[in-house]
Each structure stands twice: as structure tokens, then as C-alpha cells.
Design a protein around this ligand. Structure first.
Ligand SMILES: [Zn+2]
Length: 247
């Protein structure tokens, strides 16, 4: 093998590792300490889960980002445009049904931990970057960061408790609604489709906007889609609480 060919292979291997490594550790997760914890907690607190269990429910919210490693990219996504990776609904269903089983047997602590895990997958696919292959694109003004990270961390996480105050908005409007869940798998698919928009309307709009301008965050439609998806995720999480408790 020639030196140049070897070098090319080494470089492309290295790039592949870096890309997948970054994607696995950074991608496919709303921020655990804000979005996941808050929404799992709010779902329980507004549905009358006993105070002693709420901290466990809250801490279970982000846990799949640790225990699903190194498969987060597959398990925390439902890509509408490619059909794969698409395992979020399956894991949502698994954990929701475990929670329901524990609840039925009076094992509330385990039930609420599993419930927290189940919320993770619904909340993840409410982030439209978990529904489109375009999440791995980079904009011209910041070619070093994926759209996924820019949207999830720079935008939603950093505007959770300040700026656009996505957290407050999600709490205020999302906890007024419950979306009834009788099939957690389908609920997770529905959430992903909703977040992505008809024929990727929402996903493409936000991806295009981020690529076009670093001021994408002040675009009214970007703000609206983000809030609306989060409010729906909150309503689904409340539906999950009902689901696991329903005899
Ligand atoms: Zn995740």
C-alpha cells in the first residue's frame, strides 16, 4: 500500500471516529440538567406524584443519556427523512411498560424511575434535530458545530431559564394540557412527526434558518416551532404519567 493511500485511509478513519464520537457524546439529547430534569419533574408534580418520589423522577429524566451509551444516536432518534435511526419509540414503550408493571405491583419508586426514563425519549424527539438527518450539517458561520448542538445547546439550553425563557413557557402552557397515551410507541412516533412538521416543514425551516444566519434565534417562526414542540412534549409527558397509573 502506498504511503499516500495509507495516509488517506488514516485521515478518513480519524475523521469518522471524531465525527461519530462527537455525535454520540454530544448529539441526540436535550440538555439533561435543564430540559429533561425539569420536564420529568413538572409532569409528575402537576399530576400529583407524591413529593418523596419527585427527585427520583427528575433524576431519571436525563439518565438514558448515560445508560444508553454508546447507542444514544440510534435509541434517542426517530429520523423522519431517512427512516433510520429510529429506536426512540421502542425504548419509550419499553420503559413506560416497565413503569406500568412496577406501579401495578405497588413498587412506586421503580415505577417513577422507569417513567422518568420513558419521558426521555418523547422529549428527545420533540427536538426536531432528533428527527432529521440534517442535524449533522454545519452552517457557514460556524462550520465546527453541528446544527444539532447549535440548536440544542446554544439556543434552547441557553434560553431555558433566561432570554426566550423556554422553560417557563413550557411549564406554563404545557402543564395545562395532557395528551392521552394508550400506546407509548405510537405516542413517541406521533411526537417525532409533529416536531418534524408536515414533510419536514419545521425541521427544514429551522435548519435553513440556522444555516442562513447566526441570528436565527430571534426569528419568530423558529421561536414558535420551538415553543410549540416543547409544549406538546410536556403534554405527552403528562399523558405518560396517566398511562403508567391506568389499571
Ligand atoms: Zn437523549
Amino acid at each position: 500500500m502506498s504511503k499516500i493511500r495509507l495516509k488517506t485511509i488514516t485521515i478518513s478513519l480519524l475523521l469518522t471516529c471524531v465525527t461519530f464520537g462527537m455525535a454520540c457524546f454530544q448529539a441526540y439529547a436535550w440538555d439533561g440538567d435543564t430540559t429533561h430534569k425539569d420536564m420529568a419533574y413538572w409532569a409528575g408534580a402537576t399530576k400529583g406524584v407524591e413529593a418523596e418520589y419527585l427527585p427520583f423522577l427528575r433524576d431519571a429524566g436525563p439518565a438514558p443519556d448515560s445508560f444508553d451509551q454508546p447507542y444514544c444516536q440510534i435509541r434517542h432518534a426517530y429520523l423522519i427523512d431517512t427512516g433510520w435511526p429510529n429506536e426512540a419509540p421502542r425504548w419509550c414503550q419499553d420503559h413506560a411498560n416497565d413503569a406500568k408493571l412496577h406501579y401495578g405491583q405497588g413498587q412506586k419508586l421503580d415505577a417513577y424511575k422507569e417513567l422518568g426514563y420513558a419521558t426521555h425519549y418523547i422529549i428527545d424527539v420533540s427536538n426536531l434535530m432528533h428527527t432529521t438527518i440534517r442535524a449533522t450539517d454545519t452552517p457557514w458561520w460556524n462550520p465546527l458545530r453541528f446544527l444539532h448542538d447549535i440548536y440544542e445547546v446554544d439556543y434552547v439550553k441557553n434560553n431555558w431559564n433566561s432570554g426566550k425563557n423556554f422553560g417557563q413557557y413550557t411549564y406554563t402552557y404545557g402543564t395545562q394540557r395532557t395528551i392521552g397515551i394508550y400506546d407509548p410507541y405510537q405516542a413517541c412516533v406521533d411526537m417525532a412527526r409533529y416536531a418534524n412538521g408536515d414533510s419536514s416543514t419545521r425541521a427544514n425551516y429551522i435548519c435553513d434558518k440556522i444555516i442562513a444566519t447566526s441570528d436565527y434565534g430571534n426569528d419568530n417562526t423558529v421561536v414558535f416551532y420551538t415553543k410549540d414542540n416543547l409544549v406538546n412534549a410536556m403534554a405527552y409527558c403528562r399523558g405518560l404519567v396517566d398511562y403508567i397509573r391506568r389499571p
